[in-house]
Design a protein around this ligand. Structure first.
Ligand code: 5GP
Ligand code: ZN
Length: 119
């Protein structure tokens, strides 16, 4: 069923506490944790606790939950004090765009200059 935990999903395992993560924020519907391979001084992943394969599928199924993820991304940026300088919220969508974990997640990147367009 849409949104149900998937046994083979790394981020569902993080939600369940079966895989450890450095959690920086948690709400009833979301978890934010530090990326294991940071690409910037601040690199945090914000995920819905429910499993959707990517951000667009999440937004189509549960727009309120997609909004929760975006709001938490902003809260993470404020907590990390990267909001004044500017930060980037990225949803890699599809393998060709670099998505490797098929559980929707926002990358929150900040604390350094961020080129445009991204590579
Ligand atoms: P994607 O490539 O799907 O957009 O992003 C997946 C992200 O998850 C990558 O930036 C990768 O470094 C991160 N990641 C992969 N495995 C783990 C893990 O076990 N723990 C944490 N905290 N991050 C992970
Ligand atoms: Zn999942």
């Amino acid at each position: 069923m849409a949104g149900e935990p998937q046994a083979d999903c790394l981020f569902c395992k993080i939600v369940a506490g079966e895989v450890p993560a450095t959690v920086v924020r948690e709400t009833g519907t979301t978890v934010a944790f530090r990326d294991i391979n940071p690409q910037a001084p601040t690199h945090i992943l914000v995920i819905p606790k429910a499993h959707y394969r990517d951000a667009a599928v999440l937004a189509a199924a549960e727009p309120g939950l997609a909004a929760d993820v975006l709001r938490e991304a902003g809260a993470v940026a404020a907590d990390e004090k990267v909001d004044d300088r500017g930060y980037r919220i990225i949803f890699n969508t599809g393998a060709g765009a670099g998505q490797t974990v098929f559980h929707a997640h926002a990358h929150v990147l900040g604390g350094r200059g961020l080129d445009w367009p991204p590579g």
